[in-house]
Write a protein that binds this ligand. Structure first.
Ligand code: FDP
Length: 333
């Protein structure tokens, strides 16, 4: 069997006019950083990278050592690449400018360097999520305003899953493509062409410990799933919650399902739990490109006009028929 590497795949995409040389090289730099993060994640306690870093991030959450390391790897790898106008990270409050002695490009890169932090110390899958936008024309250093574009403007989105194998899932707007890291060769190999989310499902993912805080449409929907064969859905559903968004979304991309972090009384004041620009938007683009749907429960995630770099939003994504049902319940209510 002919093994296609990420580089070959991207060159073929470029030849077919689906991506530009600049975007191709940018994605390759991100993929190189992902390999370095994967090495650190897999060494775990042997590299002394577990535990708290002793600092808080912009969201006021305790940073793990690996959060800080992954963030540094992504910033450093992408600073000198020459394809970016600026970066934004979950771990950095302000826009990260490209140092003046490096060339600049026309793209903006946003990322959550290590998603699912609470799983690091217990050796459960974590991931990296990224989104690429065009820097709007203009003079001077990009500001937060340059980043505040709806998700439909993304030119690429992807995530890396550090699980039993490391996988890179990518879309440049022409379907969703999956690559598996060959650790011996150090290359990402094209293993999952045109991934699709099955329309029908029997699995759901939600943090059920928040049930008492949910809004009535979510209580109704989950109640119907839990009623199983004897309820209105007439079939049994199974529940899965890894508590790493990347791992939960990856399962849905592989075998269908619905993932929800809805608005509830606990997170209402913040607008939701998950971040719009570097969690919800890239995952929404991937899920939509794979034939699924992604809403806040009320509107399409990728149509939201962001107001803040670190904005939080409710998220309902996965198999289209299920997402439509949850959204319908919200709009009826
Ligand atoms: P974490 O805070 O551990 O980084 O990004 C937020 C996130 O993880 C998601 O990856 C995950 O889906 C969710 O939060 C887990 O939330 P709970 O702690 O409520 O389970």
């Amino acid at each position: 069997m002919r093994r296609v590497t990420l580089t070959q795949f991207l060159i073929e995409q470029q030849r077919a006019g689906r991506t530009t040389p600049e975007l191709r090289l940018l994605i390759e730099v991100v993929a190189r950083a992902v390999k370095a993060i994967s090495v650190n994640v897999s060494k775990g306690a042997l590299a002394g990278v577990l535990g708290e870093a002793g600092t808080d991030n912009v969201q006021g959450e305790a940073q793990k050592k690996l959060d800080v390391i992954a963030n540094e790897i992504l910033l450093q790898a992408n600073e000198w690449g020459g394809h970016l106008a600026a970066m934004a990270s979950e771990e950095v409050e302000e826009v990260h400018q490209i140092p003046f002695d490096y060339p600049k490009g026309g793209f903006l890169l946003l990322f959550d360097p290590l998603d699912g932090s609470s799983n690091i110390d217990v050796n459960i899958s974590v991931g990296t999520i990224f989104s690429v936008l065009r820097n709007p024309e203009g003079e001077g250093e990009p500001t937060e305003q340059n980043f505040l574009q709806p998700g439909r403007e993304q030119v690429a989105a992807g995530y890396a899953l550090y699980g039993p194998s490391t996988q890179l899932i990518l879309t440049v707007g022409d379907g969703v493509h999956g690559f598996t890291l060959d650790r011996e060769m150090g290359s990402f190999i094209y293993t999952h062409p045109f991934m699709t989310v099955p329309n029908e499902t029997q699995e759901f993912a939600i943090n059920a410990s928040n049930a008492r805080h949910w809004e009535p449409p979510v209580q109704r929907y989950v109640g119907e799933l839990q009623a199983g064969k004897t309820g209105p859905r007439g079939k049994d559903f199974n529940m899965r919650w890894v508590a790493s968004m990347v791992a939960d979304v990856h399962r849905i991309l592989t075998r269908g399902g619905i993932f929800m972090y809805p608005l509830d009384e606990k997170c209402r004041d913040q607008g939701g739990k998950l971040r719009l620009m570097y969690e919800a938007n890239p995952m929404a683009m991937i899920i939509e490109q794979a034939g699924g749907a992604a809403t806040t429960g009320r509107e399409r995630i990728m149509d939201l006009q962001p107001t803040k770099l670190h904005q939080r939003v409710p998220v309902v994504l996965g198999s289209a028929a299920e997402v439509e049902r949850v959204t319908k319940y919200h709009l009826e209510g």
